[in-house]
Design a protein around this ligand. Structure first.
Ligand code: SF4
Length: 113
């Protein structure tokens, strides 16, 4: 009988900057996310909303989280922005995106255009 060996991928060899093997994304901050070790329902149900906001408020990577979610949700209306991220509802994130868009339109030089 021949033994079949399966390559083992250790957790230490996982490339967090390229989770899907695509372009490099700097996502090391996710390793420090408070939500990483909690039940996701907290962030995606009305019942969990208050707790999610509290946990996000104490999260050390909240700023990175906000920038990542705003980039991910670019172009989406408030109704399509689900869950609490960076302590904010979808409506609140849509408002920030709108404010940034308006600021970029009124000052294209500072916005890098
Ligand atoms: S701020 Fe972002 S990364 Fe931190 S707990 Fe909240 S949703 Fe998770």
């Amino acid at each position: 009988m021949t033994a079949v060996t399966t390559p083992v991928t250790s957790p230490d060899s996982f490339d967090h900057d390229r989770p899907y093997g695509g372009p490099v994304m700097k996502r090391d901050w996710e390793l420090e996310a408070v939500c990483r070790t909690r039940e996701p329902e907290i962030w995606f149900t009305r019942k969990g909303r208050a707790e999610a906001r509290l946990l996000c408020g104490a999260c050390p990577v909240r700023t990175d989280c906000l920038e990542a979610v705003l980039e991910h949700e670019a172009g989406l209306s408030a109704g399509y922005r689900a869950g609490i991220f960076a302590g904010l509802t979808g409506e609140e994130r849509a408002e920030i995106a709108q404010q940034r868009s308006e600021a970029a339109e009124s000052d294209p030089v500072s916005a890098g255009r």
